[in-house]
Design a protein around this ligand. Sequence first.
Ligand code: DGL
Length: 267
Amino acid sequence: MSSSQPIAVFDSGLGGLTVVKALQKNLPNESIIYFGDTARVPYGNKSQNLIQEYGKEITEFLIKKGAKAVIVACNTASALALPLLKNIFDIPIIGVISPGAEMAYSVTRSKKIGIIGTLATIQSKAYEMALQNLDNTIQTKAKACPLFVPLVEEGWLIGEVPAQIAETYLSELIDNGIDTLILGCTHYPLLIPVLEKVVGNRIRIVDSAETTAKYTADLLKNLNLLTDNTTDGGLENYVTDLPVRFKQVARRFLGREIDHVSPVHLG
Ligand code: DGL
């Protein structure tokens, strides 16, 4: 394994780009490969077996592309497939749930934490378990928000429709007195402007992208795998469907032009 190899990041679609953005900020010289499984998004209403199967296929693909580490930038795949992937593959595989839980624990005062995510992530109770391991006096309230992922994939990020949907999903959590809200899906940070309006400024929104990027930086440093490159590392993208649409929404989100998007057929 060489430090000049790329860091790979995958998600069911566009959501993992929130982690790419944080990586580009924290580790600008690292080459990044992004994989969006746009043909099979959403993962959030699929079974554990299927998500594990997808995770294996994608990780194999990314290792063949030369990845020195793989970030599972998808809460659903982190919740349901991370232990399996870590068992099978012998390169560092990093999930987003522990970094998100740790970040939430560090900011909560009331120890009442709300969690939103896909149906699969919420049913897995992965965040509750991660938070209980940190402190068993933490109280949690979780809510699945299945309409958020299609909104993001459609690039429908502002306006009345996302605001009304967010109000409907979040009212229970707000009434519960939470002071911290974990965005337990990597798609959701794209909706932060709408979510902030709905929850108000007394609730702190936590997304795991930044902490995951920092965790990755520390891990690679400890393994002596940080690149020696001193220029912009670049981003290469692979998607399983609709590369042109991916390019449009990705450019809007990352705030820069996306040059390389290649279609891939898996399975
Ligand atoms: N962005 C992913 C997550 O963090 C998956 C969303 C989906 O495909 O349903 O859970």
